[in-house]
Design a binder for this molecule. Structure first.
Ligand code: SAH
Length: 370
């Protein structure tokens, strides 16, 4: 039994069931035993350690293409100096390092930027410092500097806790974690009338069947509100990449990965990565409500191809012909629909004074009104 499981079982036996989002928060972010506080999550396969692999860890091309996108946007928005280049949940710092290497072709961009990281894990902050020594670190989004901001977040929102509710007639029952002997199990708590925010309510599909699960993530809404308020005030844009859905959706997406394999999310709190799918229409809606413009949500594969993935792969193959097979397989993993290409979505939101955002021509429109 993991130390955190023992602690949670004791707490539940003493105080009663725990809301799913509190469980997820503890499992991921408990200061001593939380997953991100103690583990090195990223790795190529179970043989090489790690529990999952993210796009920037698959290939340098991912960060390079985002770097070119950011540098182009910065130039077209009037090359503000100074400006804030912010990243939420930078992991090992690989994505920002690749962005900065690609952006070196535009020395004025490098001279004008201030890199700001929002990261809670001391362990990952240390890794980030190796790759991006000049970054400034923050615990929360509230501390970003008062200047035009280009913000990126790859696989950040999926790591924030969600609360599930099960429909029961006209009410909703919160999903809770309770104790059964030495096991943690899910149960449904007391009925509630309307547990959802106005923003989430606007983004739910209709009609909702009896017993359907709806996921509500206060932490996601809060983070997106902070991002959009900052951009509404100081200008700029946010680019959010994650797995999730393009249309309003319901259903259970709570899952755990350990050593690249799905595991029971309640079995080993602190040792497995827990995530839930990101509600992209909700993020777009929050941005539109704050007066920002949201580009159509697009699949990662289509976005990367629009940014020149095949061209960049070709260039790299010409520079390093001996890596041809690897580069081809990286391109495939990032963009093929059966790999990361279709599951992962991209949303960009921007201040209304920003120039058009490149790469979203074939995305899905999601104007749910503001
Ligand atoms: N963007 C990286 C890492 C994704 S993993 C990549 O693509 O490889 C999620 C990241 O978010 C980790 O760095 C984790 O420590 C961080 N994180 C998780 N919850 C957070 C929170 N509430 N506040 C700030 N960072 C958080």
């Amino acid at each position: 039994m993991t130390p955190l499981k023992k602690i949670l079982l004791d707490e539940i036996k003493a105080n009663g069931p725990m809301r799913l989002e509190d469980y997820m928060q503890r499992a991921l972010a408990d200061p001593t035993h939380g997953y991100y506080m103690q583990r090195q999550p990223f790795g190529e396969s179970s043989q090489h350690g790690g529990d999952f692999i993210t796009a920037p860890e698959v290939s340098q091309m991912f960060g390079e293409l985002l770097g070119a996108w950011l540098a182009d946007l910065w130039q077209r928005m009037g090359a503000p100096a100074p400006f804030c280049l912010a990243e939420l949940g930078p992991g090992r710092g690989t994505l920002m390092a690749d962005i900065l290497r690609a952006a070196r072709v535009l020395p004025d961009f490098i001279a004008a930027m201030q890199v700001h990281f929002v990261e809670t894990s001391p362990h990952l902050r240390a890794a980030q410092k190796q790759l991006v020594p000049h970054a400034v670190w923050h615990d929360t989004l509230n501390d970003l500097p008062d200047m035009p901001t280009l913000l990126i977040a790859n696989e950040f929102f999926d790591a924030l806790p969600v609360q599930q509710y099960r429909k029961d007639g006209d009410s909703w029952r919160p999903i809770e974690v309770t104790a059964e002997g030495d096991s943690l199990v899910l149960s449904a708590g007391d009925k509630q009338a309307t547990p959802f925010s106005d923003a989430l309510t606007a983004c739910l599909p209709a009609p909702l069947n009896e017993a359907v699960i709806v996921e509500s993530a206060a932490a996601v809404e809060h983070a997106m509100q902070n991002v959009t308020e900052h951009i509404a005030k100081y200008g700029g844009s946010a680019l959010i990449i994650d797995y999730g859905h393009t249309e309003p959706a319901s259903g259970d997406s709570f899952q755990a990965l350990r050593g690249h394999a799905p595991v029971d999310p309640l079995a080993e709190p602190g040792l497995a990565d827990l995530t839930a799918h990101v509600n992209f229409p909700l993020l777009a809606h929050i941005a539109q409500r704050a007066g920002l413009v949201a580009a159509p949500i697009i699949e990662q594969g289509l976005f990367l191809e629009a940014l020149g993935l095949s061209l960049r792969a070709q260039q790299l193959k010409e520079i390093s012909p001996e890596r041809t097979a690897d580069i081809e397989s990286e391109r495939h993993r990032l963009a093929a629909p059966q790999e990361m290409g279709a599951l992962f979505k991209v949303l960009a939101v921007a201040h209304e004074d920003m120039p058009p955002l490149a790469g979203f021509e074939s995305g899905f429109e999601t104007d749910l009104g503001s």
